[in-house]
Design a protein around this ligand. Structure first.
Ligand code: ADP
Ligand code: MG
Length: 317
């Protein structure tokens, strides 16, 4: 039996992960001791985010496979760092593995998340490994740092701001939710180029996530233009399946992982003139002092829009 095919135990698994992990200069000590030791860049603030994914809720392990789950678990965390216009740096991974297949599931998870960690320059600096008779749960804590321009918060929207999203929305359940494309570089480039007032990533649906910006910015409102909402081609499939309109899917489906931001009109003109390479911009509406979310229909009527999206604690999920 070759060493590769010998069954691993917990420490063998951690050794396997460790042997495949490179570290960058900020990581003084990664996997192997009781804590990781990092040295933050002088002058920058630490960003910390965590997201937990559960089999049967955020993915179906039997359908998606562990590699896709690992990819998604780090992807959604990267998207949160992007949503502050930060730079991701280091990740800590906690897993509850299903006892059957524990090692192959863990290795698959690692393959998937390593793909993104490599691409985004994230060090894997530690974690916790458990197995049980329950389903797979993976929780990643991702650290990042602010640029010299500081973070972009949810709190800075102003009446008169234009609202943008960075790509087509809706229908992610058809499969795209497993392959988030974290908009880290896009957020950094936007933050560098112009003064973003408020920024979120779209995880619960644009209506709900824009709702968070409006509420956090002092109970503002917005009018979205139905005709300007970019609708993803995946929506077609989902609409046929459940009979809800494509626009409804684009507004309320979750896990698009595009950015949604608000910006002063003069900065918006400057931004559009810059034509930043590989950044897609859709202006979808306007922030208002009047504190309600509304939709301008294609028939030019203004109707109320519910800031509704995916909600884990909704009484009837
Ligand atoms: P302790 O019991 O002190 O918490 P562990 O035995 O759980 O230590 O972990 C040993 C080392 O391996 C620690 O550095 C820990 O961060 C790391 N580690 C454990 N599980 C994982 C994992 N799934 N991915 C990455 N690192 C891990
Ligand atoms: Mg431990």
């Amino acid at each position: 039996m070759s060493p590769e095919s010998k069954p691993l135990d917990e420490f063998g698994l951690i050794g396997w992960i460790r042997s495949r992990t490179k570290s960058r200069s900020q990581t003084i000590r990664g996997i192997g001791d009781d804590c990781a030791q990092l040295r933050p860049s002088p002058g920058s603030d630490l960003l910390i985010t965590t997201d937990m994914l559960m089999d049967g809720r955020h993915f179906e392990l039997a359908v998606a496979g562990p590699r896709a789950v690992g990819y998604k678990a780090l992807g959604v965390n990267l998207s949160d760092i992007a949503a502050m216009a930060g730079i991701p740096t280091a990740a800590v991974i906690a897993v509850s593995l299903p006892r059957r297949d524990a090692i192959s599931v863990a290795q698959g998870l690692h393959d998937g998340l390593s793909e993104l960690a490599e691409r985004f320059g994230v060090d894997l600096v530690g974690g916790d490994t458990n197995a049980w008779d329950g389903p797979l749960v993976i929780s990643i804590t991702l650290l990042g740092q602010t640029t010299e321009r500081g973070p972009v918060l949810r709190t800075g929207a102003k009446p008169g701001d234009l609202i943008y999203v960075t790509g087509p929305l809706g229908g992610s359940l058809a499969g795209r939710h497993l392959r988030p494309e974290p908009r880290v570089a896009e957020a950094l480039a936007l933050h560098e180029a112009v003064g973003l007032h408020a920024l979120v990533d779209i995880s619960d649906g644009v209506a709900a996530d824009l709702g968070h910006i409006l509420e956090e910015s002092g109970n503002l409102g917005a009018i979205l233009d139905a005709g300007r909402i970019p609708i993803h081609t995946d929506v077609e499939f989902e609409s046929l399946r459940d009979g809800r309109s494509p626009l409804e899917h684009a507004l309320h489906d979750g896990e698009d992982f595009e950015l949604c931001f608000t910006i002063a009109p003069e900065d918006a003109s400057r931004l559009e003139a810059l034509r930043l390479p590989s950044i897609v911009l859709h202006q979808i509406g306007l922030v208002t002092a009047e504190p309600s979310l509304r939709l301008r229909t294609e028939g030019d009527q203004v109707v109320p829009l519910e800031a509704r999206g995916f909600n884990h604690l909704h009484p009837s999920p």
